[in-house]
Design a protein around this ligand. Structure first.
Ligand code: PLP
Length: 449
């Protein structure tokens, strides 16, 4: 079955009008913000929400967001994972309040630092940990350290990956040549000098690129999540680990999004053995924090390369990194919010969401598919789930993407912008998932009826 484009366009026009008419206060605030903020938003990618202006938020709590026009939304975007805990979870908020009254940042460790280090070690299996303010920083510092201890210049990433605004990773491959991705802003150096790029699940390409012997570290999400979800084929991680070991290349697994697989992320669920693990976003319950962990062997190599009197010079660090507030928030979040029991519930909700979408796709004979990774679910405009970032990118349909985001927004449901992704929090309910299923079925009927 193919969808009629004129029908997609007319539905999109209707939903745009409905959105504009229903959000006068957001429109006003956007107009006001245009006087002081570039394009009326405090961070440029907020313009990527569908509609002529973004929704302005008045409050968020648990799985819900309320906007300045008084609409309540089921939030399945959850700050693109920054609020995977649900908004303002009580134990985290209590710990933050307590810490706020006792010093926010001192450039000295607190007991919370040791407790969070122990918990990260228990969950992910890596021995030593360091903390940053963001996952981007965790990746940047990890890459610096990997280069330093291997003496090699390059990293290897998957095509269409996202690891934050890390210069070396904003790269793609076109006709066998590495280039900056469209949208890479002012690349500092030609990424062909710093980066090798292979498609996800492409073992021969991995083998070929690692054979050059110049790759310090492979930085990989265990499943791609930023170009739609792309799952690894059954043998991919085994081969990735074997090939990196053979090549003397380190392996870094970025669990920032794939924490959705369980308390120890994809790594613990599937017994991966990375040399480094990086993470950020939800582990502070919304308070900025990132982390990178590494094996005892890597720790020894780092020590051997450390000049004690120059540790504040070398491109790894941050004055506010590992501040007392971040670590207090992370301690409470890990101990009391993102618990084993919470993951069990969240993953059950993800399966419920996936079932609802799959049944609708099948019932309406839509040429779409749905993929789940723990409590994260994505629907894609291709009949079979993509095997690589390239296939996932090819399935992108900006009109359908805009239509479905707006359709959901107008019916009180927020999906992650940029692609059709939904994430479950400990506060999400069955009824909220079913509300999405009903709206999705309504959209499917209008598109095909
Ligand atoms: C896998 C992955 N790593 C790192 C990051 C960077 O996170 P942050 O923007 O919080 O630094 C992201 C952001 O989406 C991500 O998806």
């Amino acid at each position: 079955m193919t969808l009629e484009r004129t029908r997609v366009e007319s539905l999109l026009d209707r939903e745009r009008e409905r959105f504009a008419a229903g959000h006068p206060r957001s429109r006003q605030l956007h107009e006001r913000a245009r006087d002081s903020l570039l394009d009326g938003v405090p961070m440029n990618w907020m313009t990527r929400w569908p509609g002529a202006f973004p929704v302005f938020v008045s409050s968020a709590g648990g799985s819900a967001i309320t906007d300045v026009d008084g609409h309540a939304y089921v939030d399945l975007c959850l700050g693109d994972t920054g609020a995977m805990t649900g908004h303002s979870p009580e134990p985290t908020v209590a710990a933050i309040h307590e810490q706020l009254a006792n010093g926010i940042t001192t450039m000295l460790p607190t007991e919370d630092a040791a407790a969070v280090g122990e918990e990260m070690r228990r969950r992910f299996g890596l021995r030593d940990w360091q903390f940053t303010l963001t996952a981007t920083d965790a990746n940047r510092f990890m890459i610096r350290l990997a280069r330093e201890i291997t003496g090699r210049p390059k990293i290897l990433v998957h095509d269409y990956c996202y690891h934050g605004s890390v210069d070396e990773t904003v790269a793609t491959v076109v006709d066998g040549e590495v280039r900056a991705r469209v949208g890479s802003v002012g690349p500092p150096v030609d990424p062909a000098l710093t980066t090798r790029v292979v498609d996800f699940n492409d073992v021969p390409a991995l083998e070929r690129e690692l054979a050059a012997g110049d790759v310090a570290v492979v930085l990989a999400e265990p499943a791609l999540t930023n170009i739609g979800i792309v799952l690894p084929e059954p043998d991919y991680h085994r081969r990735l680990r074997e090939l990196t070991r053979e090549a003397g290349t380190l392996l870094a697994i970025d669990e920032t999004h794939t924490l959705c697989c369980g308390p120890g992320g994809y790594t613990a669920e599937h017994g991966l053995e990375p040399d480094f693990l990086t993470i950020g976003k939800p582990i502070g319950g919304g308070i900025p924090i990132g982390a990178y962990g590494f094996t005892a062997e890597v720790a020894e190599r780092i020590r051997a390369h450390t000049i004690p009197e120059a540790t504040d010079v070398g491109g790894v660090g941050g004055t506010l990194a590992a501040n007392a507030l971040s670590l207090a928030a992370a301690r409470a979040t890990l101990a009391e919010v993102l618990t084993d029991e919470a993951f069990e519930r969240m993953i059950g909700l993800g399966a419920r969401f996936e079932r609802g979408v799959a049944e609708t796709i099948e019932g309406a004979a839509l040429p779409w598919s749905v993929t789940r990774l723990g409590c994260r679910v994505e629907y894609m405009f291709a009949p079979t789930p993509p095997r690589s970032g390239t296939e996932a990118a090819a399935a992108h349909d900006s009109e359908l993407d805009a239509l479905l985001h707006l359709y959901m927004l107008n019916r009180g449901i927020l999906l992650t912008p940029f692609h059709m992704m939904a994430l479950m929090s400990p506060a999400t309910t069955d009824a909220e998932v079913d509300r999405h299923t009903a709206a999705f079925a309504e959209a499917a009927a209008e598109l095909t009826g």
